[in-house]
Ligand binder design. Structure first.
Ligand code: CDP
Length: 224
């Protein structure tokens, strides 16, 4: 019998990652941060002295990453690199994420994870930009988490500062607007809510309130 899948999409710093992690812990589901796959691909590329300009370089970097994850004793270790959270990497990730060949190289890993999250888990939670639309169109529950851009920029600024990374509000806001536009306007797998997604604006909700709201939805949709 297949296990339930929860798809969570939304723009940067909307609160989707925090929600996805806490929801997975609460429900004993496995969690995959699919943005980390794009960030780690961008990291591979930059570490090799290359850039997002060439799509075949980016595709090769994605394929190398997939192999490394498959061969790792603990795949999560490959994605736990702190550098991946830097804004420079996020920006590069959103550039390579627009290449269909890069997305194709990363899609199977995500679909396999959703189909088989492992015997220890009761289901799977994946967060990203195209989970409800492309990766798991048959997910049992689809959420699209959003928030006002200024609030998201404030949250991202605090996150960067707490990691000791220097940044200004203006620069973070500008980067975020640029990245949102690139993610929403690309032709392949653009960031958008699935037709059957529940849209939640997290502007006035803290992490605990958001989790409570979503747990109610899970009870309504997943327990029959
Ligand atoms: O944490 P944050 O929301 O800032 O970004 P992320 O989820 O780590 O994703 C980084 C970038 O990867 C995004 O800006 C997207 O361009 C890309 N991405 C994607 O295209 N599809 C996904 N499923 C996840 C991320």
């Amino acid at each position: 019998m297949t296990k339930p899948v929860i798809a969570i999409d939304g723009p940067a710093a909307s609160g989707k990652g925090t929600l996805a992690r806490s929801l997975a812990t609460k429900l004993e589901f496995a969690f995959m941060d699919t943005g980390a796959l794009y960030r780690a691909t961008a990291f591979e590329l930059l570490a090799a002295g290359l850039s997002a300009k060439d799509k075949s370089d980016a595709m090769d970097a994605a394929k190398i990453l997939v192999k490394r994850i498959k061969n790792a004793e603990n795949p999560q270790d490959v994605l736990e690199n702190k550098t991946l959270r830097e804004d420079k990497i996020g920006k590069e990730a959103s550039k390579i994420a627009a290449y269909p060949v890069v997305r194709e190289a990363l899609n199977k890993l995500q679909r396999d994870f959703a189909a088989d999250p492992g015997t220890l888990y009761k289901g799977a939670v994946l967060d990203g930009r195209d989970i409800g639309t492309v990766i798991c169109p048959d997910a049992d529950l689809k959420l699209f988490i959003t928030a006002k851009t200024e609030i998201r920029a404030e949250r991202r600024l605090k996150e960067l500062q707490s990691r000791g990374i220097a940044a200004t509000y203006e620069a973070v806001l500008e980067d975020m607007r640029e990245r949102d536009a690139r993610d929403a306007e690309r032709e392949t797998a653009p960031m958008k809510p699935a037709d059957d997604a529940v849209i939640i604006d997290s502007s006035d909700l803290d992490a605990g309130e958001m989790l409570e709201k979503v747990i109610l939805l899970v009870k309504q949709r997943l327990t029959n």
